[in-house]
Design a protein around this ligand. Structure first.
Ligand SMILES: [Fe+2]
Length: 290
């Protein structure tokens, strides 16, 4: 069994900033989890990230890591970080990211060392992709060849999960590409790789929402509830709320529940994994990306 938490999008790192209080309330619920999660995936947009001055970015990261997330260090819970449009929006911010996270594994596509990576935890493979790489055109772009290689190499992993910041499929109507979703041609290649390798889920953020979609047998799970409020129109979508997602992975099922800032469970989702006969060589999937 694996228990983990994923959440993202707080755009914080600034003392007294607009979303610090929301993020603290989300974290308060996370800290009450018993048992604590085995690991955490933070799906990007940790910091506000603007202006693009290296020292200002370093200050935001230090505040985010040492103050806002300082509670995590004594618990020794691994946290896997995902690049994003607020974190790594140009070469300067990519450089600062690498300084801030020197321990991120360096196995990556060319030029993306420390930005994309994979980790193996027993039966679980987690691949973190970079959907904002300056060398590929910035936000909403993603590479698939390296991803294909990693998934092939780890075909023995019982569970394969991929995490990135930008959704592939539109969430709550945010369908402009590459602003809100991965660029169309790249999205199709990317999703075809996920489907061919029978990836369980693609975890993403960027849209202030909780949303689950099934495409070609692969789940796209969006969680952008860690504290940010804005989006087009200045608000999160109607019915959305700040939250983190608690995930439980067993041979029988992949279970999710969202926990809001009051510590209340708001939504649940279960993907049964028992009795799911998946073909050894599934037909090549086609992606209809919005
Ligand atoms: Fe974002």
């Amino acid at each position: 069994m694996s228990r983990f938490v994923f959440y993202g999008d707080c755009c914080s790192g600034i003392p007294g900033g607009p979303y610090e209080r929301h993020f603290a309330r989300v974290n308060a619920g996370l800290r009450r989890l018993k048992p604590p999660p085995d690991f955490i995936v933070f799906l990007g947009d940790h910091i506000m990230g603007n202006p693009a001055h290296a020292d200002r970015l370093r200050q935001q990261w230090r505040y985010w890591l040492d103050k806002e997330m300082g509670w995590l260090a004594p618990l020794q819970i691994p946290i896997f970080h995902v690049t994003s449009n607020h974190n790594t929006f140009n070469r300067i911010s990519e450089r600062v990211w690498r300084e801030v996270f020197p321990d991120i594994p360096r196995q990556a596509p060319p030029g993306q060392e420390g930005l994309s990576y994979w980790v193996r935890r027993g039966d679980l493979l987690l691949v973190v992709v970079n959907t904002s790489f300056s060398g590929l055109g910035g936000h909403g772009h993603v590479e698939s060849a390296w991803l294909d290689t990693v998934l092939t190499k780890h075909s023995d992993a019982r569970y394969r999960i991929v995490a990135g910041h930008h959704p592939v499929f539109p969430v709550n109507g945010y369908d402009e590409r590459p602003l809100w979703c991965i660029a169309r041609g790249e999205a199709e290649r990317f999703w075809s790789v996920l489907a061919r390798h029978r990836v369980l889920a693609y975890l993403c953020s960027h849209i202030i929402a909780f949303d689950v979609q099934d495409h070609d047998g692969v789940l796209q799970i969006c969680s952008g509830g860690a504290g940010t409020n804005y989006g087009p129109g200045g608000f999160m979508g109607k019915g959305e709320y700040h939250h983190f997602v608690q995930a439980t992975l067993t041979p029988d099922a992949f279970r999710l529940k969202t926990v809001d800032i009051h510590g209340k469970t708001r939504e649940r989702f279960t993907r049964s994994l028992s009795g799911v006969a998946r073909p050894a060589n599934p037909p090549r999937a086609s992606c209809r990306c919005g």
